[in-house]
Write a protein that binds this ligand. Structure first.
Ligand code: SF4
Length: 277
């Protein structure tokens, strides 16, 4: 009995220690988020990225999928020689044009972009269970495929990172409408940073053209947002720019899981009240 009671006590102590640790982490992240928003909320994207590097100690990671916005961010990082690791998730189902652009981008900026691949045993398991194109069968199967090919490799790419830079824009879709410059990702223990949050697509396009940023030729064929080949189609005139992603699904369900919190919602900025206190 005594032993059981002691074990129970240790368990409770461990839980309390973990929750105290978690709460300390959230407070620390929230402070950094607040500082970034106050300092760089109204500066341009180049200054935001440089400011992030000055503000946050530790490993800074930018995940690119070589879309328009990601290419702009790569340009800003490379031309300012910022100490940011540029990584990409090669799902195994990308367009050949994406691989061509990957090589072109490395050559243009003299970079080595670090690839993360899915675990082969997990891909084999998914395909055995669902079939090679099993993601069309249900939302659950599609999310499982994204989980194996994108979310798990992303976890490895961000391991130990202090900040995660993305090319998200708030006006890309209704789901992304609440995206802000910085947010605390307590789950991953890092700050998520979106330097193009208030950019419009036309602005990104004009910047890319003016600076000779290499772009995916598929953009010109109506592929405004480009993911895996079997899950992306060109959009029709008047359609929202992400309408071509998982086009067979309802609009509300369309995120791959990379930017979702544990509750399945798009992660949003929550400057914590305790920061202001
Ligand atoms: S976008 Fe399609 S192919 Fe790519 S990981 Fe998700 S479901 Fe799989």
């Amino acid at each position: 009995m005594k032993q059981a009671a002691e074990c129970g006590g240790d368990g409770i102590n461990r839980v309390s220690a973990r929750s105290a640790e978690q709460s300390g982490l959230v407070k620390a992240l929230s402070r950094q988020v607040e500082e970034l928003i106050v300092s760089f909320g109204t500066t341009d994207a180049a200054a935001r990225l440089a400011g992030l590097c000055e503000t946050i100690d530790g490993r800074l990671v930018f995940t690119t999928s070589f879309g328009l916005e990601d290419q702009v961010v790569t340009h800003l990082i490379a031309t300012q020689r910022l100490p940011v690791e540029i990584v990409t998730l090669d799902t195994g189902r990308l367009f050949p044009e994406v691989h061509a652009l990957w090589a072109k981008t490395e050559a243009r900026y003299g970079l080595a972009i670090k690839p993360f691949y899915p675990r082969h045993d997990e891909v084999e398991g998914f395909v055995r269970e669902h079939g090679i194109n099993g993601f069309y069968a249900s939302i659950a199967a599609r999310k499982a495929c994204c989980g194996v090919r994108k979310v798990e490799p992303l976890g490895r790419a961000l391991e130990g990172a202090a900040a995660w830079i993305t090319g998200l824009r708030a006006d890309q879709s209704a789901a992304r409408g609440g995206v802000a410059l910085a947010e605390a990702d307590a789950e991953r223990g890092l700050v998520k940073f979106n330097p193009l949050l208030d950019w419009h697509r036309e602005q990104a396009l004009a910047f890319a053209r003016a600076n000779e940023v290499p772009l995916n030729p598929l953009h010109e064929q109506g592929f405004l947002s480009i993911g895996c080949q079997p899950c992306t189609r060109a959009i029709r005139p008047g359609e929202p720019e992400r309408a071509g992603r998982w086009w067979w699904e309802e609009e509300a369900a369309k995120e791959c899981g990379l930017h979702l919190g544990p509750d399945g919602r798009l992660v949003r900025v929550k400057p914590a009240p305790e920061v202001a206190a």
